[in-house]
Design a protein around this ligand. Structure first.
Ligand SMILES: NC(=O)c1ccc[n+]([C@@H]2O[C@H](COP(=O)([O-])OP(=O)(O)OC[C@H]3O[C@@H](n4cnc5c(N)ncnc54)[C@H](OP(=O)(O)O)[C@@H]3O)[C@@H](O)[C@H]2O)c1
Length: 272
């Protein structure tokens, strides 16, 4: 790597690459967002995750503008709230105006509208990608079944599924199901779903002179999962990111996989 940022490692999308490390911004207020996001960009994050419902897009837009980073060097995701079904295009245009961008790198359906796959909404996403307003399109909180319904009806595969994810809820069936369909697995709430005092994580962290939060980030990267940790604290914003540089051994990854409470994790792991 020639630069100091976290543009790599990255996952391949249809048109471009998605850095595996991103900065989560849920619960960062619009007021705090310019400074906090500027700090994240300064310490090297090159991927920012927001959503219409986070109400911080204009604050993030200010940080992006102030950073003077080339547009193509930062990956920006936003999400459509399910209750905006039927007003997809207008909602995306509002997001773009707030972010101060001509396009987002990734636009996601935030949740299945009314708990359903909603292929009509997905068709609008496909159109937005065709029109260049979103480089990549995907879903969030979708089951494999709901994803298959979108594919069956529209013939278009989501590029990403953003789901709650971390060692205790590691689900090999979901991971391999997404991989088989060519969909990038993006995990959210990596710390909230985890026990940062777990003895296995503590022991591995001590081997790397790291924190358990950094080990959780490193575990995602080792698997090729996207991870978007959030912090509003300057120190943690930087240290969480540097977890992406830790290289875990295969044994350490397997030990962390073993923290999963999801049925079938153990047997699927043995199948490789
Ligand atoms: N698609 C969806 O439905 C969905 C849902 C939830 C989240 N997301 C996205 O995923 C991102 C991450 O998820 P999240 O914000 O729910 O949870 P998270 O990143 O797992 O955890 C954030 C919490 O952990 C704390 N924290 C951060 N670094 C820490 C460290 N090194 N040690 C101890 N505590 C630490 C933060 O506090 P401080 O801020 O005080 O450091 C905050 O309370 C969100 O910000 C959002 O962008 C998407």
């Amino acid at each position: 790597m020639t630069t100091n940022d976290y543009a790599e490692p990255a996952a391949d999308l249809i048109d471009g690459r998605m850095p595996l490390l991103g900065f989560g911004t849920w619960q960062i207020s619009n007021r705090a967002a310019p400074e906090v996001t500027a700090h994240a960009l300064q310490v090297g994050y090159r991927h920012i995750d927001t959503a219409t419902v986070y109400h911080n897009e204009s604050g993030i837009g200010k940080a992006l503008a102030a950073s003077r980073l080339a547009r193509e060097s930062v990956f920006v995701t936003t999400k459509l709230p399910p209750d905006r079904a039927g007003r997809e295009r207008r909602t995306l245009e509002e997001s773009l105006a707030k972010l101060g961008l001509d396009y987002v790198d990734l636009w996601l359906i935030h949740w299945p509208p009314n708990g359903r796959a909603a292929p009509r909404v997905w068709e609008q996403f496909v159109k937005a990608r065709q029109d260049g307003l979103a480089r990549a399109i995907g879903v969030s909180n979708y089951s494999l079944r709901q994803i298959d319904e979108l594919i069956e009806v529209t013939g278009v595969v989501p590029e990403v599924n953003q789901i709650r994810w971390g060692p205790p809820i590691y689900d090999p069936a979901m991971a391999s199901g997404l991989q088989q369909r060519g969909i990038v697995l993006e995990g959210y709430s990596p710390f909230k779903v985890s026990n940062l005092s777990d003895p296995t994580l503590v022991s591995i962290a001590s081997q790397h002179d790291a924190t358990t939060a950094q080990v959780i980030v490193a575990w995602h990267i080792a698997h090729g999962f996207v991870v978007i940790p959030k912090s509003a604290r300057r120190e943690r914003i930087a240290t969480n990111a540097s977890g992406a540089r830790i290289r875990l051994t295969a044994e350490e990854v397997t030990a962390i996989d073993g923290l999963s409470r999801v049925a079938g994790a153990r047997s699927s792991r043995r199948l490789g």
